[in-house]
Ligand binder design. Structure first.
Ligand SMILES: [Zn+2]
Ligand SMILES: [Zn+2]
Length: 452
């Protein structure tokens, strides 16, 4: 099997790996880099030669760093087979339409609604564990397995029966259970090579467990609302937002966080309904809770969308409040408006909960910047001052260093391990650790090819 690493090499973002088997060409993920300004930084490197050999795209999960470039392939004239899970297809529809809208507002749309519709029509969804013989191929099969991370996320196993070679690609995975998902699966047929993400593979990347970080979050929120301030929690609309919402709602129900106006904004509400429609793909207790207790965790008691279009009912008062809104790295979405109105007030607090890609306003804020550049509607930037307190709590949907290592050791042992989707230093460090444990590892550079 021949691998060509086209993105997410020594960086987080624009995941895309081209795998060539004896009789077909498969793209594993096809994402964009949200932190990238220029096309060379923003998009994966997909030359026409790869497009010609490309029959099938498999999408690991809906996040744009894994799915965002796919409609661009359609704009470039590609048509083919696209496989993923059903929840990922549903979430992709939401995220890609939002991506197109924002791109249009900034005059930088590079695909059309028609391209997106063609893509959505081509997507076929497969069940976890179901082995599929790829069309236009006699020897290549794929299987998807549960990856944790977000609803619908999948590990992809490719098998070439003729060459007798197989590969497991993790996409983004979480080997820790979350509020709604089981951890990534380990009972998988053996494989020769593993391609794994390494977002939190750095030496010091030990993230607190779910319980501890939930308590930290609740305490931080409580501190601010008790003093009458507002808490802004920028979040990915899909996955993390639902986990945070459920956590905070529970703390409010229990009375630990005083009864406060709480808002969800951006695509979170729509993502909530997609979660509700796909509960069978979650931890067993979630569908049970809905069936038995008739309660829907995706329609929480305390969180509501703003009542006015300009959001003045949320911002123009001196009441405490909790605002859970997109986007997680402050690259667009309603969070921009909230920061412009509320960011200058030292009584307020911004809690960053996820990984902040280099080059994003979120990363700047995390590193202590007092002013940040936020996008305006016309594509220009506006500098704003932030006096609100800034707190980072890694409420991550990824595995941390120990969990990545533990997960790899609990999988069938591969001959080779390729590390992607991590900053260079962290990925190299993880590679060193794996070498100590006698794995043959590679940290590919973009455009690098490798045969196994
Ligand atoms: Zn992801
Ligand atoms: Zn990712």
């Amino acid at each position: 099997m021949k691998l060509n690493f086209l993105g997410a090499c020594r960086e987080v973002g624009r995941s895309a790996i081209f795998a060539e088997t004896s009789d077909t060409g498969i793209m594993l993920d096809c994402g964009i880099n949200l932190g990238g300004e220029e096309k060379e930084e923003r998009y994966p490197y997909i030359p026409d030669e790869v497009m010609e050999k490309l029959d099938t795209v498999v999408i690991s999960h809906a996040h744009l760093d894994h799915s965002g470039y796919l409609p661009h392939l359609y704009a470039r004239g590609w048509r083919g087979n696209v496989y993923t899970t059903k929840p990922t297809r549903d979430l992709m529809q939401l995220l890609l339409a939002d991506y197109l809208n924002i791109a249009r507002e900034n005059d930088r749309a590079e695909f059309t609604m028609q391209d997106l519709n063609n893509l959505m029509r081509d997507i076929e969804y497969i069940e976890y564990g179901e082995k599929i013989q790829l069309p236009n191929s006699n020897h290549t099969k794929i299987t998807l397995h549960k990856a944790g991370h977000i609803l619908g996320a999948a590990l992809t196993r490719i098998e070439d029966e003729k060459e007798e070679k197989s590969l497991l690609y993790t996409g983004d995975f979480s080997y820790r259970p979350t509020n709604i998902l089981e951890p990534s699966q380990t009972d998988i047929e053996p494989f020769d090579a593993l391609i794994t993400e390494s977002t939190y593979g750095g030496k010091k990347d030990n993230l607190p467990g779910l319980k501890k970080k939930s308590q930290q979050l609740a305490k931080e929120v409580k501190k601010t609302v008790q003093k009458g301030g507002k808490v802004i929690i920028p979040s990915f609309g899909v996955g993390r937002a639902q986990e945070l919402m459920i956590t905070l709602d529970n703390y409010m129900q229990s009375g630990f966080i005083p009864n406060t106006q709480a808002y969800i904004d951006g695509m979170i509400k729509k993502a909530n309904s997609i979660h509700r429609q796909n509960v069978i793909h979650m931890k067993e207790e979630i569908p049970k809770r809905i069936l038995m207790a008739q309660e829907n965790p995706f329609d929480p008691e305390y969180f509501n969308p703003p009542k006015t279009k300009d959001r003045s009912d949320v911002t123009d008062n001196n009441e405490p409040g909790i605002i859970l809104t997109t986007s997680g790295m402050l690259t667009g979405g309603p969070v921009i408006q909230y920061l412009k109105k509320l960011g200058h007030d030292p009584n307020n607090k911004i809690i960053l909960v996820g990984y902040q890609v280099e080059g994003t306003p979120g990363r700047a804020l995390q590193e202590g910047a007092n002013t940040i550049e936020l996008p305006k509607r016309n594509g220009e930037k506006e500098e704003i001052e932030i006096n609100a307190k800034v707190k980072t709590l890694h409420f991550s949907a990824h595995s941390d260093r120990e969990e990545i290592l533990e997960y790899i050791s609990n999988l069938p042992r591969p001959e080779k391990v390729y590390l992607v989707h991590g900053e260079e230093k962290k990925t190299k460090n993880m590679s060193k650790e794996l070498e100590k444990r006698n794995y043959e590892t590679y940290v590919p550079k973009q455009k690098q090819e490798h045969q196994f």
